[in-house]
Design a protein around this ligand. Structure first.
Ligand code: MN
Length: 265
């Protein structure tokens, strides 16, 4: 998988409560080239998968299986533990095809780390979308609120995930709760946040000193604007397990090795 990873990096461990952002592609695979992530576990956080092009097939130890296509979102709360596989759709693996998507890892607060796993899956047509009065701004509201439109996804802690499309020559101001940590990721085009310009694949982390992110785009732009209330809890992470203490990580490994996460049926 061709992945761009703004964080974690050696310089930026997390944007509390967000643990990781991956951009997969965009890439055009040839026949037999597309690789995915076969069976692997998660505990203690949530994975949010947002496909923009192509399709991903998933199956997991909770008995869920299905397909996430262009514009669809899967919000998986791993909680106490799941094993799942995430693979490019069979026809893309076989015959080749385009793939483009994002995966965001959202940390769970201590009280929810061992909750029962939960899935929320929304088809593109089910995700609320808002458009500004003059039609220059369109926002897909995956989590949180924009332009008076509320998301239908239920989050464990206050979180906003917006996919914003700006027409050329647009100025837009998005309110963000003052307590949130927030960042933007440029999917395409160019945009300026105040005097800070950003281009494709730039991640811009905002300081918590205002309640509005103002953006101006001369050529037009497409970006993710992601924010959330920080957990301010200790983070112990080891690969697919994210807990509060090293002891809880050891327990996760033991539980996984002894089969307590179940298996993909
Ligand atoms: Mn996974």
């Amino acid at each position: 998988m061709v992945v761009t990873r703004p964080f974690p990096t050696p310089r930026l461990d997390q944007v509390d409560p967000f643990l990781l952002l991956d951009r997969m592609g965009p890439v055009a695979h040839g026949p037999g080239e597309a690789k995915g992530a076969p069976d692997h576990p998660h505990r203690g956080f949530e994975t949010v998968t947002y496909v923009l092009d192509g399709a991903i097939e998933h199956a997991d130890s909770q008995g869920n299986h299905g397909r996430i296509g262009a514009g669809d979102v899967q919000w998986m709360t791993a909680g106490s533990g799941v094993i799942h596989s995430e693979m490019p759709a069979e026809e893309i693996r076989r015959s080749g095809g385009r793939l483009h998507g994002f995966q965001l890892w959202v940390n769970l607060p201590r009280r929810d780390k061992m909750m029962k796993p939960r899935y929320q899956e929304l088809r593109a047509a089910e995700i609320p979308r808002a458009t500004s009065g003059d039609g220059t701004v369109t926002v897909t509201v995956i989590a949180g609120e924009s332009l008076g439109t509320h998301a239908t996804i239920d989050t464990r802690t206050p979180i906003m995930v917006l996919h914003i499309r700006l027409a050329a020559g647009t100025h837009f101001e998005q309110p963000i709760p003052e307590t949130y940590n927030a960042f933007a990721y440029l999917v395409s085009g160019e945009v300026s946040f105040g005097d800070r310009p950003a281009r494709e694949n730039d991640a811009v982390i905002f300081e918590r000193n205002g309640d509005t992110v103002a953006m101006t785009s001369a050529p037009g732009a497409e970006l993710l604007l992601i924010g959330g209330a920080p957990l301010n809890e200790p983070v112990a992470r080891y690969g697919p397990f994210v807990m509060n203490t090293p002891g809880e990580i050891r327990q996760a490994m033991l539980d996984y090795q002894s089969g307590k996460f179940g298996e993909i049926g």
